[in-house]
Design a protein around this ligand. Structure first.
Ligand code: XMP
Length: 332
């Protein structure tokens, strides 16, 4: 257990030693790891750091604005915001297979990042938010019995063809240490303690073909679900020593999934024929196995009413009660 201010000054010193007066590029995703890496490196070298934030159009509601506000406005970090929605949507058009979608999103991400980083001619370093468990995991790749259930994509997976040296200041840290470091560097608690979000984003939460129209509906439904989870407290049994906390903190991951299926409904005195949203909330230690969360019916009811009333285009909400295994956490 180390002392945070000491840890920060040591880390800052070692980053300065490593990069000297060179320029550094970092792919900022808005996730915890790349955000903490960015904040730490910025603390060390200020404007020698440029972040590239690729918006694939598959982010959560207002995420782009949140990332830009936090880094660019509040922390004064140089961030290039690339809105690549049209490019991603174009390549995803007509594609329904989950693995094919994942590969396209991963490939386009690298493509956009390479184009942007090539513009930063003086950059010598590529910074990544690699953390200790990632180091262990990639060391274990290719061992017997390993096979791909889903091809994972995240900002850490950039190719060597960029010809940059790697700067990975979080390589020795576990997730909980990364979070503490983030808070100590001034990142908001709500950001640092966020649920994980997959690299392919809403691309794996819109079943089948990804369309911007679907992403827009899903973003709004998902934001309502998350808001209600944040605003509803758990009620530990009387006499138990559990503490009350928000349902957001009581779950490991929660999100909405867009089902491209229409069903009949009634609204006012009219008939509707609209899409379905599924809610998923799980509790897990390691994300390898997970239980579906026993959310209170009152909370589920409120989320369902709000989504159906506020998101025109959705007229039915269902709750996913599948464990992992056999279901995975994401639907694709
Ligand atoms: P599954 O769906 O396999 O997910 O039960 C386990 C955890 O991994 C996350 N996940 C991803 N994270 N890139 C990521 O960075 C990905 O491609 C990806 N796919 C799944 C998922 O959200 C859950 O936390």
């Amino acid at each position: 257990d180390w002392n945070m201010p000491d840890y920060i000054s040591e880390a800052v010193e070692s980053i300065r030693q490593q990069v000297g007066s060179d320029e550094v590029i970092l792919g900022l995703s808005g996730g915890v790891d790349s955000s903490v890496a960015a904040a730490l490196i910025h603390r060390a070298i200020g404007d020698q750091l440029t972040c590239v934030f690729v918006d694939h159009g598959l982010l959560r509601l207002d995420e782009g604005k949140m990332v830009m506000d936090m880094f660019s406005k509040n922390l004064g970090v140089k961030v290039i915001h690339v809105d690549a929605t049209a490019q991603f949507m174009g390549h995803l058009a007509g594609v329904t297979d989950p693995e094919a979608k994942r590969k396209i999103i991963g490939r386009e991400f690298v493509e956009v990042f390479q184009v942007e980083s090539a513009k930063l001619k003086n950059a010598k370093w590529l910074a990544q938010g690699t953390i200790y468990p990632d180091v262990i995991e990639s060391a274990g790749k290719g061992k017997k019995g390993s096979h791909t259930i889903k091809s994972h994509h995240n900002v850490g997976g950039l190719p060597d063809t960029l010809n940059l040296k790697l700067l990975e200041p979080l390589r020795e840290l576990f997730k909980d240490e990364v979070r503490k470091l983030g808070v100590a560097l001034g990142l908001p608690h709500s950001m640092v303690y966020r649920h994980p979000f997959p690299g392919p984003g809403l691309g794996v939460r819109i079943l089948g073909e990804v369309k911007k129209e679907f992403a827009d509906l899903l973003r709004r439904a998902d934001a309502i679900f998350i808001e209600e989870l944040r605003n509803t407290q758990t009620e530990p049994a009387p006499g138990s020593n559990e503490k009350a906390m928000s349902w957001y903190d009581a779950t490991s991951q929660a999100f909405a999934v867009f089902l491209p299926v229409k069903s009949v409904g009634v609204m006012g005195d009219g008939r509707t024929y609209e899409y379905v949203v599924a809610l998923r909330a799980v509790q897990t230690q390691d994300f390898m196995t997970a239980h579906w969360a026993h959310l209170p019916h009152s909370l589920l009811g409120k989320v369902s009413n709000r989504i159906i009333n506020e998101v025109r285009g959705i007229n039915r909400v269902v709750y996913d009660i599948s464990g992992k295994p056999p279901a995975t956490i994401e639907w694709e």
